[in-house]
Design a protein around this ligand. Structure first.
Ligand code: ATP
Ligand code: MG
Length: 334
């Protein structure tokens, strides 16, 4: 995927122009859909898609002026996800798409001057219908359901819990918000603990804001694909293990750690992408997930010439910080 400085776009954007065809939504010219002229009732899945997009279009056109030129359908989604941050005076412009991922797009934004950073990375989750859902069930075990304020929804019998159990679209929306808020709350917690993570700046129903790592036109690359001199590689390996240890000490496992989710910029590394954060003592798969994280990190650093024994590291850290045996949780102990 390449960045075109003129259009300020990556190829990934073309995807949004495929959305009408993929879901057989007629284009604006064909239906006057945006002007609310009556159109034939679409089937359910399309209806949901249109409803989601139309929901977003209540925001009056013209009030959302940004430098970046999104594709038509991306524009509606982007405005709905980011406009609240303009209102809250957190961002004042969207400058470029940094990367289009499977679940989210990350945009470079200009921060308002009162903030301690100049640029912000906005991770905007795709509308549910256009997202490649990860197998999130495995990571959710033992985690609380978080509302959009990042606080746990407690009562197991309330409306929210029923919606999730009955797999209604409201339930799916709640699960989505909880997934996103776990990423944000984890960033906040880790930042406070002194981990190498971006500074969290804000969260909404469909996006999180954090410190942008890199420079405009030059986002920090991920470690994967980078060759490091041995002494530097050793240094970063130690720093990543410090972060893994810090997380485990506080009951957390990244859940998707690899050289793809570690940014490298001006000699420092930053861990990103936390929605899969897993609780070490309340998830039956925690040990396996932890093994996989450490294994993947070791694979990259072994290629750089660093000696590391993933099995030994896993056993030592697990023994030091986790009181439950592999495949067991605290509730099994009760
Ligand atoms: N704070 C940041 N500063 C600079 N770039 C970032 C930042 N956060 C994310 N990115 C860029 O956006 C990409 C996607 O972010 P992230 O890994 O959080 O989302 P994702 O949906 O898991 O994407 P992918 O499917 O590519 O893993 C990263 O690989 C990185 O290139
Ligand atoms: Mg990622």
């Amino acid at each position: 995927m390449s960045f075109d400085p003129k259009s300020q776009r990556f190829d990934a954007n073309e995807e949004y122009n495929q959305i009408p065809a993929r879901f057989q939504i007629k284009t604006e010219e064909e239906t006057n859909w945006r002007t609310n002229r009556k159109v034939r009732k679409p089937k359910k899945s399309k209806q949901q898609v249109v409803a989601e997009l139309a929901d977003a279009s209540h925001v009056s056109e013209g009030s959302f002026k940004i430098t970046y030129k999104p594709a038509r359908y991306e524009a509606i989604w982007l405005q709905a996800s980011l406009e609240p941050f303009f209102t809250q005076a957190l961002i004042e412009d969207v400058l470029a798409l940094v990367k289009g991922g499977k679940e989210a797009n990350v945009y470079l934004c200009r921060a308002t001057p009162h903030l301690p950073v100049r640029y912000i990375a906005a991770k905007v989750y795709r509308p549910r219908q256009f997202r490649n859902l990860r197998n999130d069930k495995m990571y959710r075990e033992g985690r609380e359901l978080l509302n959009s304020l990042g606080t746990p929804i407690k009562d197991r019998d309330n409306r929210e819990m029923r919606a999730i159990r009955n797999k209604t679209s409201f339930g799916a929306e709640l699960t989505h918000i909880s997934w996103l808020m776990h990423e944000y709350v984890t960033l906040q917690r880790l930042h406070q603990l002194g981990a190498a993570v971006p500074l969290p700046i804000g969260a909404g129903d469909n996006a999180i804001l954090m410190d942008f790592i890199g420079a405009p036109g030059q986002p920090a690359p991920v470690l994967h694909g980078l060759s490091l001199p041995l002494s530097e590689a050793r240094h970063h390996f130690t720093e990543i293990m410090r972060n893994i240890e810090l997380m485990l000490h506080h009951g957390m496992i990244h859940g998707d750690l690899s050289a793809y989710n570690i940014l490298y910029w001006e000699g420092t590394i930053t861990l990103i992408d936390f929605p899969q954060v897993t609780l070490s003592e309340s998830n039956h798969n925690a040990y396996r997930i932890f093994q996989r994280d450490v294994q993947r990190v070791c694979e990259y650093f072994a290629q750089q010439g660093v000696e590391c024994d993933a099995r030994q590291l896993v056993e030592k850290l697990w023994g030091d910080y986790v009181k439950t045996a592999p495949d067991r949780t605290v509730s099994d102990l009760e």
